[in-house]
Design a protein around this ligand. Sequence first.
Ligand code: TYM
Length: 335
Amino acid sequence: MESNEKKRILSMYQCTGTFTLGNYLGAFKNALRFQEEGYQCAYALADLHAITVRQEPAQLRKYTQDAYAFLLAMGIDLSKTLFFIQSHVPQHAQLAWILNCYTQFGELSRMTQFKDKSAKHADNINAGLFTYPCLMAADILLYQADFVPVGADQKQHVEIARDIAERFNGIYSPTFTVPEPIIPQHGARVMSLQDPTRKMSKSDGNNNGCISVLDDPDTIMRKFKRAITDSEACVRYSDDKPGVKNLMEIYSCITGKSMEEIEGEFAGKGYGDFKPAVAEAVIGELRPIQERFKEILQDKDYLQRCCRENAEKAGSIAQRTVSKAMKKIGFLPMK
Ligand code: TYM
């Protein structure tokens, strides 16, 4: 088997608010795992994607800086991993334009995220929202990523990136690595604590349904105690118990325990024991990260330097791919 070192990983995160426990369990924990397993990892904040929904300028700047500091606090190791901000690397927008011209209107119309977001923001159904997957394909293909770790909601976008890569490679000759999504077994779709049929999301109108990674311990405990469950009062993993299933998934992701082990641990106990135990696990997991986050955020020079150095490195990798694609298409090179 080929060693992991040759395999490239790319994933990105929108910085449109404070990250949620869903981002953390569905995406970030995996990001760290790959970094430790010797893959060549590149992670970035998708601020160009963020403006497909209207953002308040000062907020966007703050969220982006906080998000960068949070991921460093979480353990992204810049000696092993590239970590940058999308808008600092102009090749993303450049390749996105090119890929727009290799993507069909019909394919983009089928994207469920486009349908959801255009229903949610009916007053701003902009072209960027529609061509969002082409920018995401550019993000992935620029770094010739073999694998793209994402939560379940992004699988369709990685699949269209595969289709675009295969199409381009077929028209010209192999240019882009065809990426594969990696979806975690548990935590791929962390649900709202207030409505376990809906994904936990920063834009959730009901704040009690969403745990922010910066929530303090009391808030986390309160939100878990109020989490919607059912009247059976039995900790059992089943699709017909979506609230309990969601809490078990969260608990399993953090403690590493299997569903059978969790059922055993809470056998004969009710939700009055189970919910605080889940909350404690989440509090214990986030506490050290929150402490490091506050420290890192103090050092603005360090943050700026990391952003700049990583954008420069990312830019030189990205430029190689853009140049290769442009040459194949037939653009006259500038001498
Ligand atoms: P975004 O910013 O919505 O989410 C970032 C990552 O977190 C995962 N995620 C979740 N996982 C489990 N449960 C949840 N409730 C939950 N909410 C979010 C997402 O699946 C994602 O992995 N379009 C992407 C950002 C992006 C990207 C890319 C990703 C831009 N370019 C290139 C991969 C590769 C997005 O909006 O994710």
